[in-house]
Design a protein around this ligand. Structure first.
Ligand code: ZN
Length: 480
């Protein structure tokens, strides 16, 4: 069933409901044509990795050719020289907080979707810890409509598993699933009760939706604001022990043995957590895990001087934990990267360490930070990094079945072009996000998206967002 929405001036805009995949999504078809010439095209899903030309027309990838000059531009089309750059599937971030509805002073769906595009992401999945909570089909639809109106990145929705994320009563997950929720989570809070957790896993298994857990036993973190250790003791701040994460992962994996739900550990931070997930995966359990840029690059020492920009949930840990996370990425225990983009107003972060909110923004500098932690360090190569940012999160969210996370002929043209040699200084004042809470401000980094296409729309042009969407006349390329 296709339900037509308001027409887009550069083509047609429709809501598409796929009864096969149970995913409802917004698709804009544009008539523009682009030739991305001479880049290193990496498609981890198929193993393609070669210098090639990519032709985009009418919103889809028309052709990929390894023969130089086979595809050529004719009048009206846009030629983009990609020599020396990566041409990859649009990046996907499965864990962001867009704050709308309810905290639009921190971020809106439109500013968050713009921040995503600026960072090279064509799709994000937003968390339900808004006000009101995203725990009803109508709220899922509200987010979808706002995202469609922003005409930037695609925004997929994770619905809450329990009403108000209170952990007491199941939310209508089936109904949210019907209107397109791609995952369920009470992120921001853990489902603390084992009994409730078992029910949630059973429902998610029946819907074939992933459950994403914020792993934090609340009875172990009361008053905790940073990693529990020597530094928290010296600063006189409440400690948050690693075991608070580990006992939940262990418990959930045991609970899930009977349900075989797809279970995902959000923002994993500890050595012990990596070990538990590694063993469970070896045992054939359906468990995946993600790591965030700050947990790969910063330790608890960043909290020295009561720096609230380093206050995050779960907290920054130790060098040993960072090494374990990187080992987990190298050996395939951790298959997904996620920013946990968490905007907060400057006045909120200016409170003292105990009162300031948890979280930091991440979308606009994430790629360079992942590259620094994982590729520049020699841990993994570009194709694996791209997999962790494209096909792996697409599979997690079940959106690979509608063509996301891949570059292939005939699928929606969500494509990111990256200059891996571009050096730049992180300056949150220049960000599209409404918030500035970035602990990486001032870092000199390498690697940046230069061009981004979402459904064939050129939404990031030479590293800049156009003020209004660019519309060019219908054009064609001659395929020789
Ligand atoms: Zn969380």
């Amino acid at each position: 069933m296709n339900e037509t929405a308001e027409p887009d001036q550069s083509g047609s805009a429709v809501f598409i409901w796929s009864s096969r995949t149970k995913i409802r999504y917004y698709e804009i078809t544009v008539n523009n044509t682009f030739l991305l010439r001479g880049g290193r095209v990496i498609d981890p899903a198929s193993g393609f990795d070669a210098t090639a030309d990519v032709l985009i027309s009418a919103g889809v990838i028309c052709e990929i050719s390894k023969k130089p000059g086979k595809l050529s531009a004719s009048a009206g089309g846009t030629l983009i020289e990609c020599e020396g750059r990566l041409v990859v599937p649009g990046l996907i971030d499965p864990h962001v907080h867009l704050r709308e509805p309810g905290a639009e002073h921190k971020e809106t769906i439109a500013t968050g979707a713009a921040a995503a595009v600026a960072g090279g992401f064509t799709s994000v999945c937003c968390m339900p810890n808004t006000t009101p909570t995203i725990d009803l089909p109508s709220t899922v639809e509200f987010v979808q409509m706002r995202a469609a109106a922003s005409r930037k990145a695609r925004v997929f929705v994770a619905g809450a598993a329990t009403v108000g994320r209170a952990g007491e009563q199941l939310a209508p997950m089936g109904a949210m699933s019907q209107v397109g929720a791609v995952a369920f989570t009470d992120d921001g809070d853990c489902i603390a009760s084992a009994g409730m957790m078992g029910k949630v896993l059973a429902v998610c298994a029946s819907l074939d939706k992933v459950f994403m857990q914020h792993c934090q036993d609340p009875t172990l973190t009361m008053g905790g604001v940073m990693n529990s250790g020597v530094i928290s003791a010296r600063l006189g701040l409440g400690g948050w022990p690693a075991v608070a994460e580990e006992v939940i992962i262990e418990r959930d994996i045991r609970l899930n043995r009977g349900h075989r739900c797809r279970y995902h550990v959000q923002h994993m931070t500890t050595c012990g957590g990596v070990d538990i997930v590694r063993r469970a995966r070896a045992d054939g359990q359906r468990v995946t895990a993600e790591a965030s840029p700050h947990h790969l690059l910063l330790t608890e020492e960043a909290c020295n001087n009561y720096n609230t920009q380093a206050k995050v949930n779960p907290p920054l840990r130790t060098d040993e934990d960072i090494r374990a996370l990187i080992e987990g990425i190298v050996d395939g225990t951790i298959t997904v990267l996620a920013t946990d983009h968490a905007p907060h107003a400057s006045a909120e972060k200016a409170r003292d360490f105990t009162a300031a909110p948890f979280g930091m923004i991440g979308l606009e500098c994430a790629f360079a930070l992942y590259a620094k932690a994982l590729v520049e360090s020699g841990a993994i190569d570009w194709p694996r990094l791209i997999a962790l940012l494209t096909i792996e999160p697409a599979r997690l969210l079940g959106i690979d079945s509608i063509g996301h996370g891949q570059i292939a002929q005939g699928i929606p043209a969500d494509v990111t072009v990256i200059d891996t040699n571009a050096t730049w200084k992180i300056d949150s004042e220049t960000f599209q996000s409404k918030s500035r809470n970035c602990p990486f401000d001032g870092w000199q980094v390498r690697g940046r998206a230069t061009d981004v296409f979402v459904a064939g729309r050129h939404v990031l042009i030479g590293g800049a967002l156009p003020a209004t969407p660019t519309i060019t006349a219908h054009a064609s390329f001659n395929v020789l």
